[in-house]
Each structure stands twice: as C-alpha cells, then as structure tokens.
Design a protein around this ligand. Structure first.
Ligand code: SF4
Length: 308
C-alpha cells in the first residue's frame, strides 16, 4: 500500500509541549499549491493531510474532493479533533469523502491532557470530536504520545477509551520524540525503563481484550512479547516507503525505515543481541539525554518474531 503525507500548514490550534513541528516560520500552503501537490501524488493509494493541524486550514473539504477525483482511494487526516467538536464541520469532511481520522489524545485526565496541549478546553473538545466521528461513521484511530506526565496511566487510558465510546478504537502508542519542543522540554521525556511495567500492563490488557494497537519509537528489548506491534519492525520488514511533502522545505521526500534509521542509534551491548538485525534502536536525541545503558540484549531468534 503506498502512502503520502501532505503538510497543509505548520500552524496549530494547540501548543503541545512535545510538538515536533518547527515553531518559527509558521506557514501554510495555498489552495492552488495543495491541488498541484495532490495531482503530483495521485498514484498513491492513501493520502494523509497533516500539519500542524489540517482542520484549521481552510479548503480542506475541497482538497479531499480533489484527491478523490484524482483516483486516490483513501483520504485520511491526522488531527487533534478539536475542530471536529463542530458536528456540521465534521459532516462536511465526511460529505467531501474523508475516509479516516487519526486522532491525537494524550490522557484520559482533563488536567493532564490540557497541560500537555497547553490549550485549556482541548480535552473536552477532542472527546466531542471523537463522538462526532463515531456518530458519522468515519473510520478512526487514536494516537497517544507516551510522556513523563501520562506513562503511569497507560492502562487507565485504554480502559477509559473502551468505556467512553460506543465503538472499539484502534490505538497507537507513540513514545515521545525528543525533538523541537520536546527537546526544549526534556522533562516530558521519560526513560524506557520507567515506562516498562506500565506499558506491559496496557499492552497485555489490549491483547486480552482484542484492542488493536501499534507501538512506535520503542526498541524491541522493551517490547518483549509485543514485537510484532512495532511500527518500525513492520516497516523495515516490508520495505515500505512513503512520501512526505514538508512545508518548511517545500519538497516531497521519499522516506523509509532506512532513512528513519539515520536518526536512530544503538548501544554497544546491541552487538550481543539476537534481535540486532531487526531492531531499529532508539532516537539519537534520546541517547543524548539518557544514554543507551538501559538497552539490553534479547536472546530470542528473529524468526520467532517474523516467522521463517
Ligand atoms: S539491545 Fe539493542 S538491538 Fe537489542 S532489542 Fe535492545 S535496542 Fe534493540
């Protein structure tokens, strides 16, 4: 499946403490340049409008229609869902042909969520947005950034999502990337060894309850028994590539796990690890904060994970 991402703007209606989009040089595409890009990317099967926050970019509906007319099969948005609290607006996206919303929500506790987004009232609006998406039968998933403020509540977060919404929701657990805002706010980055027991509780629960989930930016030694849920492992094993249009460079860049690996690193002990050939390590910036001493060799054959 081929995927392309278009950053429509790097502006946002939230101000997350871990945001990885540059905060200087706020800019956005014009309708005309967005249309041209979509036409260029029309061979792709799935097109994802991202940001910043794509729902604050005027003309999103028109671009969804344009993408569908170009023959693109699936059109997604990556959103904080604050604007989706407006049901009329959400309905307009559905009518335009939106297939899926990947919604960011980082806590089941209002105070923690609003403090991570630095936007009072955003938690309530995001929940309303999720309800609207469900009411309108738009496919959706939730992305949850694991930070020092929420890692102890991972299991409670999963249970909250289960009980708050009528339909089951697939979850992405994404370890915070220590870049841009999160680099400036290093306190928001926990250690893998800190999150480990809480992560295993949440993932075990998801598995037992048949909640679909994926995990990103967590090395395989901290995903024992859940390795097949690793985004990097799947992407590396399938040689999957994707294209991203970056608004700051105004270029479309082809990316794959090999490219992402240039931003990752490992420890000396990884040489002893049987999973070394299939593991993608940790972000280099993470090792700049905490080093790599918490990584530990796993004596499990890659075939046991990937199948022979
Ligand atoms: S020890 Fe290194 S190679 Fe092995 S799972 Fe951990 S990070 Fe990956």
């Amino acid at each position: 499946m081929s995927i392309a991402y278009i950053e429509l703007t790097n502006s946002c209606n939230q101000n997350c403490v871990f945001c990885v989009r540059p905060r200087d040089n706020i800019t956005k595409l014009t309708n005309e340049s967005a249309k041209k890009l979509i036409t260029k990317l029309r061979e792709t099967q799935t097109l994802v409008f991202t940001g910043g926050e794509p729902t604050i970019w005027s003309g999103l509906q028109e671009m969804i229609v344009h993408a569908k007319r170009q023959g693109i099969v699936s059109v997604f948005i990556q959103t904080n869902a604050v604007r989706l609290a407006d049901k009329t607006y959400t309905e307009s996206l559905k009518l335009a042909g939106l297939d899926k919303a990947n919604i960011a929500l980082h806590s089941h506790k209002k105070e923690i969520s609003d403090s991570l987004t630095q936007t009072p009232g955003s938690f309530v609006k995001t929940l309303e947005g999720i309800k609207n998406v469900q009411d309108l039968n738009i496919d959706h998933s939730i992305s949850h950034i694991i930070t020092s403020k929420n890692y102890k509540h991972l299991l409670d977060f999963v249970k909250f999502i289960q009980k708050s919404f009528l339909k089951p929701i697939p979850l992405s657990f994404i370890f915070v990337r220590p870049e841009i805002s999160a680099w400036d706010n290093k306190w928001v980055v926990p250690k893998y060894s800190q999150i480990e027991p809480y992560l295993y509780d949440a993932l075990s629960y998801c598995k037992k309850q048949d909640v679909p989930f994926i995990v990103e930016y967590i090395p395989l030694c901290y995903l024992r028994g859940f390795e097949t849920h690793s985004v990097e492992l799947k992407r590396g094993a399938s040689n999957e590539a994707f294209k991203t249009h970056w608004i700051d460079t105004k270029k479309i860049r082809k990316e794959d796990q090999n490219y992402i690996d240039t931003l990752q690193t490992k420890g000396k002990q990884c040489r002893l690890c049987w999973l070394n050939t299939i593991c993608h390590g940790v972000r280099t910036n993470y090792s700049a904060i905490y080093g790599t001493s918490e990584l530990f060799p796993v004596y499990k054959k890659p075939e046991e994970i990937l199948g022979s």
